[in-house]
Design a protein around this ligand. Structure first.
Ligand SMILES: [Zn+2]
Length: 301
């Protein structure tokens, strides 16, 4: 599918690479045009070649691209970063220190992907190409990267993944949140579900929500959805759902319930939020990491 490109804010472009065949989510990257242009969340290796074509057709001088910044190294966000680094001579790939090592030596990442997505995951998600060490920029929390007329601040945002970063953009007062502020489905655009895939840290996830809210962004650029300006409402909602999930799952574990019963309680709660056919899928996918975390920390529930 050809990449659809939209101007969504000043010198800020959304690159829609279509629906990911594996995750059934929209594969969205963002391009920040400036003296030192940036590509955020390039997506999977399968989307990378199309992304290059789409950007060329838009007239972007790819040789000028200075940074590629995956918010985290899950394959639907950063899987294609190595392919892009291989095909473009200049950009540095900016990564959290806990993610950087797995992108220069991808053996653990690939082994994990085979376990989760199957032996032939490359057919749907593309190759995971290692990034040469000298092309990686290891980020620090609060670091500011100047691009020209704008600067972006890197905010460590653990919870969804220990190696997750968010980016605050001075030109738009916008926050590129990756998966740190929940997942917005097309059919439920006002209900951000926490994405609690293992390994997940629900306590860090809520702390990150507060940390990102304190930045007072005017717009949130969601990774699988697009920009939204109802910032307080959406951040309030994701925190409310996180705390409710926490409470339901901890109580279930403390009373010795199995995963199926806990899932049912989550589903009962979620049914009160939205009446959608795919609700069971989101409710189930979003809690596997919660359950594992609280089973592992049972004495500290
Ligand atoms: Zn993720």
């Amino acid at each position: 599918m050809a990449v659809q490109i939209r101007n969504v804010a000043r010198d800020t472009y959304l690159l829609d690479c279509g629906r990911d065949p594996f995750f059934s989510t929209s594969n969205i990257a963002y391009f920040l045009d400036d003296e030192m242009p940036v590509l955020i969340d390039p997506g999977s290796g399968a989307a990378a070649a199309e992304l290059l074509d789409g950007m060329s057709q838009m007239g972007i001088d790819l040789q000028k691209l200075s940074y590629i910044i995956p918010t985290h190294i899950h394959l639907d966000h950063g899987g294609g970063a190595g392919y892009l680094a291989q095909h473009l001579s200049k950009p540095k790939v900016v990564l959290h220190p806990k993610g950087a090592a797995h992108m220069t030596d991808t053996s653990v990442l690939v082994r994990g992907a085979r376990l989760i997505f199957g032996q032939d995951f490359e057919q749907s998600l593309g190759q995971v190409v290692p990034i040469p060490r000298e092309r990686v920029h290891v980020a620090s929390d609060g670091e500011v990267i100047r691009l020209g007329k704008r600067e972006i601040r890197i905010i460590f945002s653990p919870g969804h993944a220990a190696h997750h970063i968010a980016l605050f953009d001075s030109l738009t007062n916008g926050l590129f949140c990756g998966d740190a502020l929940g997942f917005l489905a097309e059919s439920m655009p006002d209900i951000p579900f926490p994405v609690g895939l293992s390994p997940f840290d629900p306590r860090a996830y809520v702390q990150t929500i507060d940390k990102l809210a304190a930045l007072r962004p005017e717009v949130i650029f969601y990774a699988h959805h697009g920009p939204r300006t109802e910032v307080d409402q959406l951040i309030g909602k994701v925190k409310e759902i996180c705390l409710a999930f926490d409470d339901i799952i901890r109580r279930g574990i403390m009373s010795g319930e199995d995963d199926q019963h806990i899932s049912q309680h989550i589903l009962d709660y979620s049914s009160g939020l939205a009446q959608q056919a795919e609700l069971p899928v989101f409710a189930r996918v979003g809690i596997s990491g919660y359950i594992q975390y609280y089973r592992n920390h049972r004495n500290n529930c």
